[in-house]
Design a protein around this ligand. Structure first.
Ligand code: FMN
Length: 342
């Protein structure tokens, strides 16, 4: 079915199609008689033996939706009904911001890839917190990750304040946090991946974690473009700050080995999908082997098939996430990965 619809979707602007589809999915799920039942019976995964507990959180299956798809936490329930074992919302910032000028998302069909320079377009953390509170009242069992970032206008010296604001506001309504310092689309953000600023952010959030009776696992999402020396620093930082794990990886700024035309390749932004698969798996393997499996890793980047997911898990990931593969292969991909994993 998706094979028939996809060529029609691919005729239109990717960002417009995205909102067209998720809005209809939500309407069908919430308003159409038996809509929820139809979605669940067509896509949801009812396979035993896929449950796992990672960093203290119970997941019904290990296939999650990566950050950036549901920036404001508006579509969590319908997306969960498609079979995802967990949904990561955001990146959210303290204040709402429009993101970069459009067009800012591009398809590279010959490479089964996307380039995006969205720039953390979102409605702000207050709106997200309220949405997730309503969701969690109704569906406490849906595992939600809160991916947090800083506003474009916040200088890096004050970035820690933005992360604290998002952390405090979302604390009661998410199951885990992701500190995003790896998006290429907020100027200067990736400089926060350096040792000192990163330790400051993570230590500050961990201290707040300890103040509460219950704590939330905090993960760090890293870029695939880090050098081995920088990955060694990351391993040290995880040990020092005692955060719960790593998400590897975000999009890449590399444009190596692409089949796309020159004008598409030249678009600035983060590249995702098949071209990032090998490097992302390499990063997972490096972190896992070098640290002696000291912390859990969520593997993301170029998963377009059950085999790709298996490779990430074999390299050392405990869970996987999809974004671009979901666009190219459709929602059936979730179940096909789960079937293979069992
Ligand atoms: N990652 C984030 O941490 N925060 C974001 O806001 C975010 N926005 C994204 C928007 C788009 C359009 C895409 C394609 C990716 C975005 N990502 C974001 C990165 C994805 O979560 C994922 O790490 C990356 O795309 C690699 O996985 P994939 O090859 O399965 O897409």
């Amino acid at each position: 079915m998706y094979r028939i619809i996809k060529p029609i979707f691919f005729k239109f602007d990717p960002e417009n199609v995205h909102y067209f589809v998720v809005k209809r999915l939500k309407w069908f799920n919430d308003k159409f008689p038996l809509g929820k039942t139809i979605i669940r019976s067509s896509f949801d995964v009812h396979i035993k033996g896929l449950e796992r507990e990672v960093f203290g959180v119970k997941f019904r299956n290990p296939v999650g939706l990566a950050a950036g798809f549901d920036k404001n936490g508006e579509y969590v329930e319908p997306l969960s009904n498609l079979g995802f074992g967990f949904i990561e919302v955001g990146t959210v910032t303290p204040m709402p911001q429009p993101g970069n000028d459009k067009p800012r998302m591009f398809r590279l069909p010959n490479d089964e890839a996307l380039i995006n320079r969205m720039g953390f377009n979102n409605k702000g953390v207050d709106v997200m917190a309220e949405r997730l509170r309503l969701l969690k009242d109704k569906h406490p069992d849906i595992v939600v990750g809160g991916n947090i970032g800083k506003n474009k206008t916040t200088p890096n010296e004050d970035a820690v304040r933005d992360y604290i604001k998002c952390f405090d506001r979302l604390f009661d309504v998410v199951d885990y946090f992701v500190v995003n310092v790896s998006s290429p689309n907020t100027p200067g953000l990736r400089e926060l991946q350096e040792k000192e600023p990163l330790k400051k952010i993570l230590n500050t959030l961990q201290q707040r974690n300890l103040k509460n009776n219950i704590s939330r696992p905090i993960l760090l999402k890293i870029a695939p473009d880090l050098t081995d020396a920088q990955l060694d620093d990351i391993i040290e930082i995880v040990a020092e700050t005692k955060i719960a794990g790593i998400i590897a990886t975000n999009t890449t700024i590399s444009r190596e080995n692409l089949a796309a035309e020159q004008n598409l390749k030249a678009e600035t932004g983060g590249l995702s999908g098949k071209p990032v698969k090998e490097r992302s798996t390499e990063v997972i393997r490096y972190l896992s082997e070098k640290s002696n499996k000291a912390f859990p890793i969520i593997g993301v980047g170029g998963i377009h098939s059950a085999k790709d997911a298996r490779e990430k898990l074999d390299a050392g990931a405990s869970l996987v996430q999809l974004y671009t593969g979901f666009i190219y292969e459709g929602p059936g991909l979730i179940k096909s990965i789960c079937k293979e994993l069992v």
